[in-house]
Design a protein around this ligand. Structure first.
Ligand code: SPV
Ligand code: MG
Length: 432
C-alpha cells in the first residue's frame, strides 16, 4: 500500500482539513504530521492547545492511520524517516511565503521518486469562519497574556518590535520574511514604547502622556492583532498607582510591564548623563515591584525590572547588585540598558548575571549597540530582544521628505514614485 503524508498546524478541524484527508486516503495509508510548537511560532502560527491534544485531535479524524510530530518547517525530519510516496497539501502553498517550503519538499521527495499532490484550497463560509475564530481566540486577553511566557520557553530569543498604533501593530503582526535558510521568520511580540507612543502624539518622553491615553494605544493595537504585548511602564509612577496599572494591563491582555529604577522626572535613557536623572534606591524600587506582584491576579503577567545603572554610569557592580535585589523582590525578568555603541558592557552584565542566575529572563534593547545579532545575544543568556523605536524612526524621515518635496514642487507628482499606490492604501485594511 502507498503511503501519504500531510502536515497540520491547526487547533480546529474544518471541512478544508477533512477534504485533504479524504483526498489523501484515496492515495494510500495516511500519516498526519503535527507541526511542533517551536516550529509553528516561526511559521506565523501560534497554537492554543498543546501538541499532545492536537495529536489526539488529528488521530480522531476518520481516515487518519498515524500521527507524528513534525519538528522541521521544511519537512526534513519526517520525509527522512517516512519516505512517503505522496505529500498532500492545500494549493495555498504554491504561491506566497509558503512556496519556499513547497520547493524544498519537492526536492526531498523527488530524490526517491515521491510526489507532491496539491489539493485545491477549500474556500467556504465555514472555513473562513473557523479561521477567523482561531485568530479571534488568539487575540483574547487570556490567550494573549500568557503567550509571552510560552514564547520564552519555546524559542531561544523572543523578538519584539515597537508598535504605537493599529497600523504599526499590523506591521509587527503580519510581516513575514523568508530567511537565508529559506525558512520563514517573523516578530514574536510587540513593545509599546513610551518614546514612540509619546512621539506619535507629539509629546516628549517624560511620562506626560497619561496612562488612560497609553491604554487607549494598547486597545488600538489589540483590536487588530494577536501577538503578545510588552508595555513600557516608564518608572511605574507611585507604588500606590502602579498597582492599578498592573491590574489594568492584565485586564487588557498585556503580557508584561517593564518599569525602570528611576524616580522624579523621567527623561529618555538615551540622553544618558546629559540630563538630570535620579535613580531610585534599591529599597524604594523593590517595594514597587513587591506591591505590583501582590496586586497581580493572574499567573501569566510579568513585571520586569529595568536597571539604569549603566545608562547613569553607576557601574557594573551596582547593576548586578540591583538585579539580584529586584529578582529577590519578585521581578519576573531583568532588563539591562546601555547607550554605548559597543555591546561589551551589556555582554559583561549578562555573563555575570547568568553565572549566578540561570533562569530569570534577561531583556535587552539594542538601539545603540545595534551591530550585535540576536543569536550572539542569546548565546550570552538574553531571552528577549526589543527593537524599541525603529518603525517610528523610519517613518518620520520619509514623511518629512514627502512634505518638503510637495512644498518645493507645488505638486505631488515628484514624490509619487516612492509612495504606496492608491490602490494599495485603500485595500490595505480588510473590511469585515
Ligand atoms: C522606549 O522605547 O521608550 C524605551 C527604550 O524606554 S529607550 O528609548 O531606549 O529608553
Ligand atoms: Mg521608554
Amino acid at each position: 500500500m502507498k503511503t501519504v503524508y500531510t502536515c497540520f498546524c491547526t487547533d480546529i478541524i474544518h471541512e478544508g482539513h477533512l477534504n485533504i484527508i479524504n483526498e489523501a486516503k484515496k492515495l494510500g495509508s495516511v500519516t498526519v504530521g503535527c507541526l511542533s510548537d517551536k516550529t509553528a511560532i516561526r511559521y506565523n502560527r501560534f497554537c492554543t492547545v498543546s501538541e499532545s491534544e492536537r495529536m489526539e485531535l488529528y488521530r480522531s479524524i476518520d481516515g487518519v492511520d498515524n500521527v507524528v510530530l513534525q519538528n522541521d518547517m521544511h519537512y526534513d525530519d519526517v520525509i527522512e524517516s517516512l519516505h512517503p510516496d505522496y505529500v498532500v497539501h492545500g494549493d495555498n502553498w504554491v504561491t506566497g511565503p509558503e512556496s519556499s517550503i513547497r520547493a524544498h519538499v519537492q526536492k526531498l521527495v523527488e530524490a526517491y521518486g515521491g510526489q507532491i499532490i496539491d489539493i485545491p484550497y477549500t474556500v467556504s463560509e465555514d472555513v473562513l469562519k473557523k479561521d477567523l475564530q482561531l485568530k479571534e481566540k488568539l487575540s483574547m486577553p487570556e490567550y494573549r497574556r500568557k503567550r509571552l511566557r510560552q514564547l520564552i520557553n519555546l524559542t531561544p530569543v523572543v523578538k519584539a518590535m515597537e508598535a504605537h498604533s493599529g497600523l504599526t501593530g499590523l506591521i509587527v503582526e503580519k510581516t513575514v520574511v523568508e530567511g537565508e535558510n529559506g525558512k520563514l521568520d517573523q516578530f514574536d511580540a510587540m513593545w509599546v514604547s513610551s518614546l514612540c507612543d509619546s512621539t506619535a502624539k507629539g509629546k516628549p518622553d517624560i511620562e506626560l502622556v497619561d496612562m488612560t491615553s497609553r491604554f487607549r494605544t494598547i486597545e488600538d493595537i489589540t483590536e487588530v492583532t494577536t501577538k503578545p504585548i510588552i508595555f513600557d511602564g516608564d518608572t511605574g509612577g507611585l507604588a500606590e498607582h502602579f498597582v492599578y496599572t498592573v491590574r489594568s494591563l492584565e485586564r487588557l491582555g498585556v503580557s508584561a510591564v517593564i518599569i525602570e529604577d528611576k524616580t522624579g522626572l523621567k527623561k529618555n535613557s538615551l540622553f544618558g548623563t546629559e540630563v538630570q536623572q535620579t535613580q531610585a534606591s534599591i529599597e524604594e524600587f523593590s517595594e514597587k515591584i513587591r506591591a505590583g506582584k501582590k496586586a497581580q491576579l493572574t499567573d501569566d503577567f510579568m513585571i520586569i525590572a529595568r536597571i539604569e545603572s549603566l545608562i547613569l554610569e553607576r557601574g557594573m557592580e551596582d547593576a548586578l547588585t540591583r538585579a539580584e535585589a529586584f529578582v529577590a523582590a519578585g521581578a519576573d525578568g531583568i532588563m539591562i540598558h546601555s547607550r554605548k555603541k559597543d555591546p561589551a558592557e551589556i555582554l559583561e552584565f549578562c555573563d555575570k548575571f547568568r553565572s549566578k542566575d540561570k533562569k530569570t529572563p534577561i531583556v535587552v534593547v539594542p538601539s545603540s549597540f545595534n551591530t550585535i545579532t540576536e543569536a550572539e545575544l542569546s548565546a550570552h543568556g538574553v531571552n528577549i530582544v526589543i527593537y524599541a523605536n525603529q518603525l517610528t524612526r523610519s517613518a518620520f524621515p520619509a514623511m518629512q521628505k514627502t512634505a518638503e518635496d510637495i512644498l518645493k514642487y507645488h505638486r505631488a507628482k515628484e514624490v509619487d514614485d516612492r509612495l504606496m499606490s492608491i490602490k494599495d492604501i485603500i485595500t490595505l485594511i480588510d473590511e469585515i
